[in-house]
Design a protein around this ligand. Structure first.
Ligand code: 5GP
Length: 362
């Protein structure tokens, strides 16, 4: 047994220090980034924020909406050829990623999709635990099948495994174990790594090898997205922040809740209708049942099922996130998203914000 006593930080442990800036307005900030890859010879341009391959988030409707703002969507693993056929022509290959697990049937499904639609070139190989040898071997196998595709692999949280996956053929490593909004890995297993430190350490390891990382999970606000980029993430992946929208496709549940006011005549409480959408982790019981995978009896559920408030069109939320990010850049004098890490000094804090009215007003 060993104890590592270096302090590891989460988004909530820091704030970004403002700096003198010559930027006049957040309109002047450029969020588009251009990337080259370690293995693939392609180049990519867009705003490097991606919808997670979760039910209710990584949907075709989400991809069609987010691509208009140059954001990416990693489609759920369960997407079928039949579902894709009617929309494939409308999906932009630069912003559409296909995900796969590591089983033979996952690979066969991926191959049939990529064969039917050769315009797409981004693959996300996604498992909860990216530390197994079998996973690294699978990444190498996919690289040999698709030498010029952009391959994302994850999830890991340490520099050594980031480098291992890059050497085995990944262009981009996905970082995060346990920070997710509907994730219970840390409770079920005691395993995890504070997400801000995981991003800082894995980004450093990847950038040294001319490769990229995705900060996946744990963002609860536009400020957290800015902190992830400030820490060195090349892309940020969002689940919970993009859940609850029309594009996710879930059915809306209506619930009557006390408004806090009373009918003057009857003195009975006045009820408001609140709308919710179900959201769940991809290894929750709900996901396993829905996707008709038998949950192996050696494996416990590592995801929650929750109700998130219904929030309408995702475009409004996207504007909120991009507006926040532009504003962060103006606070630290970064003219572009690329300059944000250089402008970022994190200060450790014990309290992030004043939440005295947060509960009663939200
Ligand atoms: P969020 O943005 O909601 O905080 O985090 C999204 C990320 O949580 C996903 O991209 C994925 O990596 C992770 N995730 C999704 N479902 C589950 C789950 O059931 N269990 C665990 N451990 N992580 C999950």
């Amino acid at each position: 047994m060993r104890i590592e006593s270096d302090l590891k930080l989460d988004f909530s442990d820091v704030l970004i220090r403002p700096k003198r800036s010559t930027l006049k307005s957040r309109k002047d900030v450029q969020l588009l980034r251009q990337y080259k890859f370690r293995h693939s010879s392609r180049t990519w341009q867009g705003i490097p924020i991606m919808a997670s391959n979760m039910d209710g988030v990584g949907t075709l409707a989400m991809a069609l909406s987010l691509q208009t703002q140059h954001l990416l969507t990693v489609l759920v693993k369960s997407i079928t050829l039949e579902e894709l056929k009617p929309v494939a022509d409308q999906l932009l290959p630069d912003y559409t990623v296909f995900s796969t697990g590591t089983s033979e049937s996952d690979l066969a499904r991926l191959q049939s999709i990529l064969k039917a639609f050769p315009q797409f070139y981004m693959i996300c190989i996604d498992v909860a635990n990216g530390y197994s040898e079998h996973f690294a071997d699978f990444v190498a196998k996919v690289r040999s099948l698709y030498p010029d595709y952009v391959i994302i692999a994850g999830n890991v949280v340490t520099g050594d495994m980031t480098q291992e996956l890059l050497l085995r053929g990944a262009d981009i490593v996905k970082v995060g174990i346990g920070p997710g909004s509907v994730c219970t890995t840390r409770i079920q297993t005691g395993v995890g790594y504070p997400q801000l430190s995981a991003i800082i350490e894995c980004a450093e390891a990847a950038h040294g090898m001319g490769a990229l990382i995705i900060g996946d999970g744990g963002c609860t606000s536009p400020g957290d997205v800015a902190k992830a980029f400030g820490a060195g993430a090349d892309f940020v992946m969002l689940g919970g922040m993009l859940a609850g929208h029309d594009q996710g496709g879930g059915s809306i549940l209506e619930q009557y809740e006390p408004s806090g006011t009373f009918d003057p005549k009857t003195q009975l409480p006045i009820l408001n209708v609140q709308k919710y959408i179900q959201f769940y982790g991809m290894s929750s019981d709900t996901a396993m049942t829905k996707n008709q995978q038998e949950m192996a009896n050696y494996r416990s559920s590592e995801g929650r099922t929750v109700k998130v408030p219904y929030r309408g069109d995702v475009q409004k939320t996207v504007q909120d996130i991009l507006g926040g990010l532009r504003s962060t850049c103006t606070y630290v004098g970064a003219r572009t998203l690329k300059e944000l890490p250089r402008g970022t000094t994190f200060i450790r804090v014990q309290k992030q914000f004043n939440d005295v009215f947060a509960k009663s007003n939200k």
